[in-house]
Write a protein that binds this ligand. Structure first.
Ligand code: GDP
Ligand code: IMO
Ligand code: MG
Length: 421
């Protein structure tokens, strides 16, 4: 059984929680794109883990966790994460396997990320500052350095020297501080030793897993509207969010049997860019406080707003979602009324997400359907029948608007806080 999950909004939908839950019986859990711009929170009997690179299935002893070639690696962050998990008695050796085709986030990528953002000023993206865009840019322009290169010290030295020649000129011209070869070389020689036991070609393992009909869970990072093609470009990230990218990032020509869209019961966004249902008022602040909506990676306050069904419907359609996991329903427990955006108006006419670019999307006006709130706690509820009638009405209306069945409802951060519908 092959299952893929993806975020259907702008990220932080609760992917970590759902992946931890779904991988209880998984043989493999696979991260296939993005870098440590992702922050996936897992809460279970082992503790609370904010994971940036290690797949969120790592707490399930049976699951082997793969990082395939679509992922870009900040080795300092990865090694710290491995240590954090090891210290929590979660065995890593032999369970975490990393493709040597992964590209490395180098110190100059992080510097360039910040310098580009500063230079862009008012039209900046609001990146996480983790060097994501510059690393993927180097990948596609044949300037990247991969794990393969790191394992070959002479080639690594040559590539690093060459890149520093290029990058230091750009850094200098943008007013940044230039970098020195030896310091980086020594640092990465240290990382080479730390990471070596985890390097393993992931392709053959995955091909075998598919042939043997193992349970494989593909953990999408980020949210659909940060997709480099379909998101609110340039307020997006550098990788492809769509599950279809599993083909190129894992080497598998497959379509998973289950494609699960994860959507929060409301919407959040971190960074710049349009957000039609954003609540720039006390209601938005209330959602932020109740939902503890602060970035897992950067700690930035997340922008909050009502559920946008037009967006989630579009994401489900493009990604071929078979079902939806709805998270953080409990955060809406105390609202008198709750709004659902069912579509948009632009200059008096009905408009769709795909009608234009981010500039257009910034101008659309949401059309709302208003539902009564349920004003009862849902966090201890574990079955559909026990949910308040008005909460059921809200979920059924979302299902109708999205056009895809909701099969999981999450009512708390812990693995157990789930209702299977
Ligand atoms: P991800 O990036 O999609 O994995 O999401 P994040 O981990 O960045 O953010 C989701 C936050 O909500 C985390 O702090 C989770 O522990 C928490 N969370 C997930 N599902 C639920 C839920 O159903 N209810 C509540 N109250 N918190 C949740
Ligand atoms: P998870 O996996 C929320 C956003 C950044 C910024 C834009 C580009 O936890 O859902 P980048 O550093 O990728 O170049 O930033 O994308 N962004 C995220 N927002 N959750 C994420 O990941 C994100 N990953 C990137 O805030 O607006
Ligand atoms: Mg997150």
């Amino acid at each position: 059984m092959l299952i893929s999950v993806f975020g259907a909004q702008w990220g932080d939908e609760g992917k970590g929680k759902i992946v931890d839950l779904l991988s209880e019986n998984a043989d493999f859990v696979v991260r296939f794109h993005g870098g440590n711009n992702a922050g996936h929170t897992v809460v279970n009997k082992f503790g609370k883990f904010p994971l940036h690179l290690v797949p969120s299935g790592i707490c399930n002893p049976k699951a082997r966790c793969l990082i395939t070639n679509g992922v870009i690696l900040d080795l300092e962050v990865l090694l710290k994460e491995i240590k954090l998990l090891d210290d929590s008695e979660i065995k890593m050796k032999g369970r975490l396997l990393i493709s040597p085709r992964c590209h490395l986030i180098m110190p100059y990528h992080k510097i360039l990320d910040k310098l580009y953002e500063e230079a862009k000023g008012k039209i900046k993206t609001g990146t996480t500052g983790r060097g994501i865009g510059p690393t993927y840019a180097d990948k596609v322009s044949y300037n990247g350095i991969r794990v393969f290169d790191l394992l070959n010290p002479n080639l690594f030295a040559l590539k690093l020297k060459t890149q520093l020649l290029i990058k230091n000129r750009i850094i200098k011209s943008l007013g940044g501080e230039i970098l020195h070869f030896q310091k980086i070389f020594d640092e990465f020689s240290h990382y080479r030793i730390g990471i070596k036991p985890y390097i393993n070609e992931t392709l053959t393992i995955l091909q075998k897993a598919v042939t043997q009909e193992k349970k494989v869970l593909f953990e999408g990072a980020h949210g659909f509207f940060l997709d480099n093609d379909w998101g609110t470009y340039p307020f997006c990230t550098a990788s492809a969010i769509v599950p279809g990218s599993i083909n190129s990032t894992c080497g598998l020509p497959i379509i998973p049997e289950r494609i699960i869209a994860i959507a929060k019961a409301y919407t959040t966004r971190v960074g710049e860019g349009p957000f039609p249902t954003e609540l720039n008022n006390s209601l938005g602040n209330l959602i932020r406080e109740r939902g503890n909506e602060f970035g897992t990676t950067t700690g930035r306050p997340r922008r909050c707003g009502w559920f946008d069904a037009e967006m989630v419907r579009f994401a489900c359609k493009i990604c071929g979602a078979s079902e939806v996991a709805l998270t953080k329903l409990d955060i809406l427990d105390d609202f008198k009324e709750i709004k659902i955006c069912t579509g948009y108006n632009f200059k008096g006419k009905r408009a769709n997400y795909a009608d234009g670019d981010a500039n257009f999307f910034a101008k659309v006006k949401p059309i709302y359907k208003i539902l009564p709130g349920w004003k009862t706690s849902t966090d201890t509820i574990r079955n559909w029948g026990s949910l308040p009638t008005r909460a059921k009405m809200y979920i059924q209306e979302l299902e109708k608007q999205i056009g895809t069945k909701i099969s999981y409802i999450s009512v708390g951060p812990e693995r157990e806080a789930i209702i299977k519908k």
